[in-house]
Design a protein around this ligand. Structure first.
Ligand SMILES: [Zn+2]
Ligand SMILES: [Zn+2]
Length: 257
């Protein structure tokens, strides 16, 4: 069957004189098998293959020069083939079927890791990835974030849509700038009181009563407290301390009908 995309991909790959010297390629949104094209691309540093029906990562296990890999929206459940790609700095695996992060423990150069919408319930394999600056593990099965406690270089962290009650493991993560904790069971913001660089805090749909731990965070520019139990008086008090901060405190009323 004729397919325009197919010709574009192959032209792009093979017009480059040698596929062996190619450093980056996009193979996203392909509904056919392009995986054999990767066999010779041993110099690849950047590869994206999102939404491409990939279920077996052994097709990239030999590409040891890879620094950036984007594989969102595939059918990946086993990360073992990534364990030796130790040059990886950026890895996106949103929307797959991953439940075990153990193979990532050796990828200590990783600076950015995105794993939203998988089946992960244990973060301990990534506890030693100390170069991480950005981490998203939204929409998984996580109730314990203790393994994040030592990731002191994190600047952006996203752990929305889980069952998290206790955020005290975040206390030492004082380099955080963007923190997304929407849709959890969090009651206390005290662990955030030392995060002097925090710019953005999304706390929508939690169990917060008291925002006084945020009063010293002078760099805070955006705060969403909607669907919590924070009194408007206290939100007004916070904006008096920090007039530059955009504060949302919308109460959703489910009893209207
Ligand atoms: Zn792409
Ligand atoms: Zn996220």
């Amino acid at each position: 069957m004729y397919n325009n995309n197919r010709n574009e991909t192959f032209d792009h790959a093979f017009n480059d004189n040698s596929t062996a010297s190619l450093q980056e390629i996009c193979l996203c949104n392909k509904d056919f098998n392009v995986h054999s094209t990767l066999d010779d691309m041993v110099s690849l540093r950047r590869l994206c293959m999102s939404n491409s029906y990939i279920d077996d990562l052994s097709i990239i296990a030999h590409l040891t020069h890879l620094e950036e890999v984007i594989l969102n929206d595939n059918e990946i459940d086993d990360l073992t083939p990534l364990a030796h790609l130790t040059r990886l700095k950026k890895l996106h695996l949103n929307g797959n079927q991953i439940d075990d992060l153990t193979p990532l423990a050796s990828l200590t150069q990783l600076g950015e890791l995105r794993l939203s919408a998988n089946q992960i319930d244990d973060l301990s394999p990534i506890a030693g990835l100390l170069n991480l600056k950005g981490l998203c593990v939204c929409n998984n099965l996580i109730d314990d974030i203790t393994p994040l406690a030592g990731l002191i270089n994190l600047e952006k962290l996203c752990i929305c849509f889980q069952q998290i009650e206790d955020i005290s493991p975040l206390t030492e993560l004082i380099n955080l700038r963007d923190l997304h904790l929407e849709d959890n069971q969090i009651e206390s913001l005290s662990p955030l009181s030392g995060m002097k660089d925090l710019r953005l805090l999304d706390m929508v749909n939690n169990r917060i009563h008291d925002i006084s731990p945020l009063f010293g965070l002078s760099k805070l520019k955006y705060l969403d407290l909607s669907d919590n139990m924070v009194k408007n008086e206290q939100a007004v008090e916070l904006s008096a301390y920090n007039p530059d901060c955009e504060i949302y405190n919308v109460k959703f009323d489910y009893s209207c009908c």
